[in-house]
Design a protein around this ligand. Sequence first.
Ligand SMILES: NC(=O)c1ccc[n+]([C@@H]2O[C@H](COP(=O)([O-])OP(=O)(O)OC[C@H]3O[C@@H](n4cnc5c(N)ncnc54)[C@H](O)[C@@H]3O)[C@@H](O)[C@H]2O)c1
Length: 255
Amino acid sequence: MDEPTTPRTAVVTGAARGIGAALARRLGAAGLQVAVLDLDAEAGEPVVSELRDAGVRALSLGADVSDEDAVAAAVARCADELGPPTVLVNNAGIIRDNLLFRMSTGDWDAVMGVHLRGAFLMTRACQAFMVQERWGRIVSVSSISAQGNHGQANYSAAKAGLEGMTRTLALELGPFGVTANAIAPGYIETDMIRQTAERVGEPYDQFVARIAEGVPVRRMGRPDDIAAAVEYFVGDDAGFVTGQTLVVAGGLTSA
Ligand SMILES: NC(=O)c1ccc[n+]([C@@H]2O[C@H](COP(=O)([O-])OP(=O)(O)OC[C@H]3O[C@@H](n4cnc5c(N)ncnc54)[C@H](O)[C@@H]3O)[C@@H](O)[C@H]2O)c1
């Protein structure tokens, strides 16, 4: 399809830090306008300032992705103040790890709520604009933990669910020029990995070195490794690629 005359608008959830912040920077550098959505708008402001300093039109949106009304309000504000959100990256995530027999119902619900319900609500709200524009890109951040991982019954179920939802979105939205894909990162150095190191009771540097040793390319991933893959999926050149999960994990296939 022809390049748009006005820049496209991307919404990146969980973009105040970690992988999401790298995605926001990368999409901004690629010429998109970027809505930085996170739990509170203040947390996203440093990323928004950085984007604006780089000449990118950006907006900070505060919303819990699992809250239907908050999602509707945030997506409407994005459309009013930046433009129709035709690129959505479902990246917001949390972990509440525990072995199954110790996992509380609250731990299960919280993880399902953010990853799965959150991606559903965000996608349902944004697809209306994509269908109207007859163009859209949805990318959901899954994990190699979707294949199963100790202590992550909730998280692996949510991520596997995201991959299944992605395949259905590809079928339903393909006729409208909208693609849906997922990325399954391996171990990426962010606050989430610090939490994992704490859970297993290992000093962070030691944990990172041990993990890197087991990765075929012998290093941890960086947020920008994921951003590069997202940039590919949201580009015009990827219009024939949909319903896929790309593993970006340095050669690992499971956790
Ligand atoms: N770091 C890794 O090794 C790794 C590996 C595989 C997948 N992932 C996935 O990548 C994504 C980003 O992870 P990260 O490592 O950058 O984590 P992170 O903890 O550094 O950042 C997550 C961001 O999501 C936000 N967030 C959490 N709950 C939210 C909610 N309900 N509504 C809106 N925002 C919310 C947080 O405030 C935070 O800014 C997650 O989906 C995670 O599951 C991470």
